[in-house]
Design a protein around this ligand. Structure first.
Ligand code: SAH
Length: 352
């Protein structure tokens, strides 16, 4: 290797692994890269790599808190009630949502599903009373669940299948010079492709996210058994489509996902079209999947922005700019979607 700089540790591990055991799947590559990435830094802090909706404005978390309180009140204010957040980042969304919900008498137990120690420390400072979980299995099995996942599903590893002249194959990763590239695997994967999509031109890529499917399956089952409602918010599409949506962001710029794994945030579009029927297959109520901008407007973001601006006129233009970032069609308003789920006995669901 002619690389003069010290090799990136994860890329070195991948190189050794691939040299010993052969190509790794893209899903393996993305999973390890993100585990390393989230485990080693706070990507959202000052000088971080990307900015999420709760970090743009307190209005985002507040409106989510109001939505959850409204659902819980309509369902009869059952206790104990659990606020569960998947991948809570810096704890900002939870802090804003819980503050808003408290005004309506909702003071739930707080459960964070988080794997990054670095982020757990920051979350502890934001919400000292929270309990942490590695996954949903240890969240109590009784009492309604009010669950929020913002930009969580997009970080879970995707599997990609590609059509080759010999049929469907999994996309695998191998080193090439300083970086990595995708190649088609040798194992036939045709059986993994739904029959309706099996005929395709050579080069067609199908992307799926088993982790997102498993998460929604589990959450939907919990909502049916325990009562509750859930919001999954992410960038993605609500119609099935082909192609790779894998991307990497570092320092607020798109970078090559196959250079320096573990140093950039790898994400993929969330396939909401597939997730809704998975939730319904468990008997859960799918409230809908709607653009974030429309949902926030229906919840009253304009009025909330006006109130905030009246309280702090010196920040009026910043508040307006933040609101625009969240709802603007060319910004987060259209690309980001909100998928709502609820226990079939629960009513309402403003914004859907
Ligand atoms: N929801 C926050 C953070 C989004 S970043 C916000 O909107 O600001 C993604 C979050 O998911 C981080 O907290 C990250 O550590 C967490 N995460 C990523 N993969 C995870 C996994 N497999 N299990 C649990 N948490 C994970």
């Amino acid at each position: 290797m002619s690389n003069a700089a010290a090799p990136d540790p994860l890329s070195a591990i991948f190189r050794r692994l691939i040299a010993n055991t052969g190509p790794i799947s893209l899903m393996h590559y993305m999973g390890e890269a993100n585990a390393r990435y989230y485990g080693s830094k706070d990507p959202l802090g000052t000088g971080g790599d990307f900015v999420t909706a709760p970090e743009i404005s307190q209005m985002f978390g507040e409106l989510i808190g109001l939505w959850l309180a409204d659902m819980w009140i309509n369902a009869g204010r059952e206790e104990p009630v659990h606020y569960v957040e998947l991948g809570p980042g810096r704890g900002t969304l939870a802090a804003d949502a819980l503050r808003a919900a408290r005004r309506y008498g909702l003071e739930p137990k707080v459960h964070f599903v988080e794997t990054s120690q670095e982020l757990k420390d920051i979350q502890l400072a934001a919400i000292p009373r929270a309990q942490w979980h590695d996954d949903l299995s240890t969240v109590p099995p009784y009492g309604p669940i009010l669950l929020v996942a913002n930009e969580f599903l997009d970080a879970l590893p995707v599997r990609q299948l590609v059509m080759t002249p010999d049929g469907w194959r999994e996309r695998m990763v191998v080193p090439e010079g300083e970086k990595f590239v995708c190649v088609a695997g040798t194992q036939p994967m045709d059986a993994a492709v739904p029959e309706a999509r099996r005929q395709a031109e050579v080069g067609t890529i199908i992307e799926t996210c088993p982790g997102a499917a498993a998460t929604v399956y589990e959450v939907a089952g919990r909502l049916v058994d325990q009562g509750g409602a859930a919001l999954f918010i992410d960038y993605g599409h609500d119609q099935v489509r082909d192609g790779s949506s894998l991307q990497a962001v570092r320092n607020h710029l798109k970078v090559d996902p196959f250079v320096n794994p573990g140093e950039a945030d790898l994400t993929a579009h969330v396939d909401f079209a597939t997730l809704a029927p998975i939730a319904q297959s468990r008997g859960c109520k799918w409230l809908g999947t709607v653009p974030q901008g429309r949902w926030l407007r229906d919840l009253g973001i304009e009025a909330r922005a006006r109130t905030l601006a009246e309280t702090a006129p010196q920040h009026a233009s910043a508040i307006e700019a933040a609101k625009e970032r969240l709802v603007g069609e060319g910004q987060m308003g259209l690309l980001f979607k909100v998928m709502g789920l609820a226990c079939p006995d629960w009513h309402g669901g403003v914004g859907f």
